[in-house]
Design a protein around this ligand. Structure first.
Ligand code: GLN
Ligand code: ZN
Length: 758
């Protein structure tokens, strides 16, 4: 029979125990012993859970008190000199890298590939010296041994470690120095009882140059030698290994190669061919580690059968596609989810069971019909359920034609009509949408949830917040108003809760970074909008002022990107359904009188596929979905969009194709350099508001500073197409900072209006 393996497990705890222990420790409420005890308990229960599910290979060292890339840097002694002397035996010092302190900025944080997990970016320099210490793995190896459970250490491989770092132009030049350090770690793991080690090399699957692969091959050979008797298992995920890369890896003959067959099933056939005459085991990632759905057992078994036929069952391992870090713990606990939908869900616990079932189905005298009966039934109910097949939605999507993606008239015509309708001054001032989410607002929302506050008192409270935000905007003289979004907990959840096709878990937390978790909505079915979602709030806010009030919506791509999305149809199709639901809302806002509608696409860029070859297709449908959402708006309705990042270089033609009348972006930290992308090769034709106030920091920018930024922007874009706004929404800021910052922003705009055109 093939063996089963798990590449990594969730670590925050079924009830976010790690989060609370970390935050308690940071706040000085618990000591280091208590934090470590919590961590030990979580590790042990992970191992026991995997052991009880019959897993043959169980990971260790995947657990982290903050982040596994940080753990790797810490274990290698790759500590930037700007931190001074840190004590590598001290947890407090470890957290300085992650969180900084009064004098030291923490390491930068960035997204882990295309997940919503964030890792800390190691900083390397020409002076980096590696001083390996293996306790991060040897400790857990001993803990597991005491429980009588054999575990496999997981270690981020040297190629990916270097490529994920910053500070060096040619990071792989450090491979030669790094390999001996890794060799030391491997030797220590082996001495602590490891018989095999999993080296994660996700970067291997991402458009690597031939010389990079050659450097990797050299490193791998040295590590294989250094590992002595311990087997080295090479794990890749999130993307496909090309056939020639597979051939190349076959010459290295790792003890095992893991392939993500959920993301990239096409690599199985070439892999079976390339590895036919090697001793390598292939680890088939057939259970989706990135999503929450039960697996249809038959396609998974087809792959396993093919591999067993080609390699023999001893050379086949069955596994999730990647670490289970990216899924929550246990779907069975989600009692509040619709009883028809809940069995379609598989979180970590259920995924381990699915693996067990797959192994059982491949046994020599397995009765497949019987073993697979349950899985097959659930998969087929899901396929045929009316919740995943709403005829009205399907008909509407099916009837779309190319014309449905275009606004009725070109930008310049719309622009004239909008200018006439809105009568705005030059350099109009506005904000991105949210105002500070104060403690009072969060308390009111919580009390509404707990039933301590009744609906009408809650609504009255939110109205009072809108009143305050409107009065404030009047007072400081902004030109285009927002209602402040006090009623929204989150820019995706708020809409998901009002759309058909979404479910919400009670315990479905996944780690985002450190102690931070997110609980993504679960998009399980056909999406439609039963009733208007934001119109009442818009109407109320507009009734309090004569200034134009923006209607505020989250765009289809962002709703898709920040949810667990159904896997039984292409994402583009699901996104089209969301786009139509948002379109309904755009039209209702317009009919209610909204002169401006903003459709935020904060996550458009992060949806970009990892492999260059897949990107065109994504941007095409993602931009189409945005266009579809706003297309039927009248020409005199001004459509804004907002994107809170500042990397537009490869994206600019697509951003142009969005055809929003006004685009606001993040620009203050780069001092408007981001605008180069809007003027260099192609000129961005529509109006644009590059942020002039960095909302990620409590610092209040002065009038002069904002004026300076505006002048820089005018030079690039021209005054007549420029808007004045912050980088992003203000919900994480405090009123005491927001008030003076926005006052200064308005004053700076006024000064620029009075200044001669540059
Ligand atoms: N309108 C949203 C807000 O202001 C946009 C948030 C975002 O782009 N992340 O909060
Ligand atoms: Zn933003």
């Amino acid at each position: 029979m093939p063996r089963s393996a798990v590449l990594g497990l969730p670590r925050i705890g079924p009830d976010r125990e790690l989060k609370f222990a970390l935050e308690g420790y940071w706040a000085g409420q618990i000591g280091v012993e208590e934090l470590e005890a919590t961590a030990r308990t979580l590790r042990a229960s992970n191992w026991k859970r995997a052991d009880a599910a019959g897993m043959d290979v169980i990971p260790c060292g995947d657990f982290s008190l903050y982040d596994h890339v940080l753990d790797t840097a810490w274990a290698l002694g790759a500590i930037p000199s700007r931190f001074g002397a840190l004590d590598r035996g001290s947890l407090a010092d470890y957290f300085v890298l992650a969180r900084g302190d009064a004098k030291r900025r923490p390491l930068e944080m960035t997204k882990w590939f295309d997940t919503n997990y964030h890792y800390l970016v190691p900083e390397l320099g020409p002076d980096t010296r590696f001083e390996p210490r293996a306790d991060h793995w040897t400790g857990p190896l001993r803990e597991a041994a005491e429980l009588g459970i054999q575990v496999r250490p997981v270690l981020l491989g040297p190629l990916s470690f270097l490529l994920l770092s910053k500070g060096l132009d040619r990071p792989l030049e450090l491979l030669g120095d790094l390999v001996p350090a890794y060799a030391d770690l491997l030797a220590a793991m082996r001495a602590a009882g490891a018989t095999e080690v999993q080296l994660d090399e996700p970067c291997l699957a991402l458009d690597r140059a031939p010389w990079e692969l050659a450097a990797f091959a050299k490193a791998w050979r040295s590590l294989t030698e250094a590992a002595g008797g311990a087997e080295l298992c090479l794990a890749t995920y999130f993307a496909e290994l090309d056939p020639d890369l597979l051939e190349r890896l076959a010459t290295l003959a790792p003890a095992e190669l893991h392939l993500d067959l959920v993301r990239a099933p096409g690599q199985l056939a070439p892999a079976l061919e390339a590895f036919a005459d090697t001793p390598t085991r292939l680890s088939l990632g057939v259970i989706d580690g990135r999503n929450v759905w039960i697996a249809d057992p038959d396609p998974a078994l087809d792959r396993i059968d093919a591999a067993v036929a080609a390699l023999g069952s001893k050379r086949v391992t069955i596994a999730p596609s990647c670490s289970l870090l990216h899924v929550p713990y246990e779907a069975a606990r989600e009692e509040a989810i619709d009883p028809e939908v809940r069995p379609w869900l598989a979180f970590c616990v259920e995924k381990l069971e699915e693996l067990r079932t797959l192994v059982a189905a491949t046994g020599p005298d397995a009765d497949r019909e019987q073993v697979l009966a349950d899985g097959r039934t659930i998969a087929s109910t899901r396929r045929t359920s009316s919740q995943t097949n709403d005829p009205a939605v399907r008909e509407r999507v099916g009837a779309l034609s190319v014309a449905d993606y275009d606004r009725p008239s070109p930008f310049e015509e719309r622009r004239a009509l909008q200018a006439e309708r809105l009568g705005l001054p030059e350099l109009p001032t506005t904000t991105i949408g949210s105002f500070p989410q104060t403690k009072a607002i969060r308390t009111a929302r919580r009390e509404l949830g707990e039933g301590k506050l009744d609906e009408s008192s809650y609504l009255e409270f939110i109205r009072s917040q809108v009143d305050e935000v409107v009065a404030f905007q009047e007072e400081i003289g902004l030109d285009v108003f927002v209602h402040g979004e006090a009623e929204r907990n989150d820019m995706v959840e708020y809409f998901g809760q009002q759309l058909a096709g979404f479910a919400f878990s009670a315990h479905g937390w996944v780690q985002s970074y450190g102690s931070r978790c997110v609980k993504p909505p679960i998009l399980f079915g056909d999406v439609s909008r039963p009733a208007a979602m934001t119109v009442d709030w818009w109407r109320y806010a507009q009734s309090r002022t004569a200034k134009p009030m923006k209607g505020m919506l989250t765009g289809p791509v962002t709703i898709l990107q920040w949810s667990f999305v159904r896997d039984d149809q292409p994402r583009s199709e699901t996104c089209t359904q969301i786009a139509l639901a948002i379109q309904d809302e755009v039209l209702d806002l317009e009919a209610a009188g909204a002169p401006i509608v903003q459709v935020d696409e904060a996550a458009l860029r992060e949806g970009l596929p990892l492999r260059a070859a897949d990107r065109d297709d994504y941007v095409r449908w993602a931009v189409d979905c945005f266009r579809l959402a706003i297309a039927p708006a009248r020409p005199d309705t001004q459509v804004h969009t907002h994107m809170c990042y500042s990397e537009f270089n490869e994206m600019i033609e697509h951003i142009i194709r969005l055809d929003a009348d006004v685009l606001s972006i993040e620009a203050s930290r780069s001092r408007m350099d981001v605008l180069d992308a809007f003027t260099d090769d192609v000129t961005y034709p529509n109006e644009i508001g590059p942020g002039v106030y960095d909302i990620h920091s409590p610092r209040v920018p002065s009038i002069e500073e904002i004026e300076g930024l505006l002048e820089l922007a005018e030079r690039r874009i021209g005054r007549d197409r420029l808007w004045v706004n912050p980088d992003c929404g203000l919900k994480t800021r405090a009123w005491k900072d927001v008030r003076p910052a926005l006052e200064n922003m308005v004053a700076a705009a006024e000064r620029r209006r009075a200044a001669v055109v540059v």
